[in-house]
Design a protein around this ligand. Structure first.
Ligand code: UDP
Ligand code: MN
Length: 273
């Protein structure tokens, strides 16, 4: 069997994100893609959380966290990072460990693939997006969920990359220089590493807060990837749960595989004008 030269890759470092990945993997399968679907996982994920992913057709790939220094790890520890640069716009769940985010960079070591589309485990794919494999490294959508001011920043929940050991080594060298602090972890790092990043339309990484902050941007017919940044749809009664009700219900449909609606027919949010 010849292996696909293209892969979708996500990362899970604990059972909670494993749950996220199950909805993601199912959603990807439903797009009819023939690319491989790979779940990178670290030691912290119990076998029971990985088994359903395999059933859904994912390849599970053990990876180590990056060999960053003790000083780097301390600077990026959850409590330290949240204190240094507080999250004022939304809340991160307790099961979110900022340091784990950097393990995404391991995908550059998957040199058996020409092109990889990385997708966060807290996202679902609503349309076939295989054409992203023809996009250059480094392509990503803007980090838009509140205002126009964020259009110049990228969100690292969805991106296109070309695996290369040389790139991976260069990244490690750059990442852990003395005193280096990446305030929004891999996202800040990648933005600096690829200053000429290629912009994707927002529909390739529609952030859930757009639903209530920028409803005029919402269009179910065009959204390819829906990304539940900040609070996760499987967290019980989180602070935004009421406002995000329809999005949370959609995520649960993809998690269980039951009652997945015709996405294009879903009602858009009232745009308030
Ligand atoms: N992640 C993980 N364990 C963690 C933190 C992050 O597996 O403790 C992975 C997971 O794929 C997650 C991604 O890294 O989707 C980025 O974190 P998250 O999605 O929580 O950040 P946000 O999108 O809210 O900024
Ligand atoms: Mn995310």
């Amino acid at each position: 069997m010849t292996r696909s030269r293209h892969a979708y890759v996500t990362l899970v470092t604990n059972a909670d994100y494993g749950r996220g990945a199950s909805a993601l993997v199912r959603s990807l399968r439903l797009t009819g893609t023939s690319a491989d679907i790979i779940v990178m996982h670290t030691g912290g994920v119990p076998a029971e959380a990985l088994a359903p992913l395999v059933v859904l057709g994912a390849l599970v790939q053990p990876v180590d966290l990056l060999p960053t220094s003790a000083a780097f790890n301390e600077r990026h520890a959850r409590a330290r990072l949240h204190e240094a640069v507080p999250f004022t716009k939304g809340e991160k769940p307790l099961f979110h460990t900022p340091l784990d985010n950097f393990a995404k960079l391991r995908l550059w070591q998957m040199t058996g693939y020409d092109r990889i589309v990385f997708i966060d485990a807290d996202a679902i794919v609503l349309k076939n997006i295989d054409r992203l494999f023809e996009y250059p490294e480094f392509s990503a959508a803007p980090n838009v969920y509140e205002s126009l001011a964020d259009f110049h920043r990228l969100n690292s929940g969805v991106f296109v990359a070309s695996p290369s050991e040389a790139t991976f080594s260069a990244m490690l060298e750059r990442l852990d220089r003395p005193g280096a602090f990446w305030r929004r972890t891999d996202q800040t790092f990648l933005e600096g590493f690829f200053p000429d990043w290629q912009g994707l339309p927002v529909f390739f990484n529609m952030l859930q807060y757009v639903w209530f902050n920028l409803p005029q941007l919402w269009d179910w017919k065009r959204i390819s990837v829906l990304h539940y940044q900040y609070e996760k749809p499987w967290e019980k009664n989180h602070p935004k749960a009421e406002r995000l009700g329809p999005l949370i219900a959609l995520w649960h449909a993809f998690e269980t595989g039951e009652g997945i609606p015709d996405i294009a027919a879903l009602p858009n949010p009232a745009s308030g004008d």
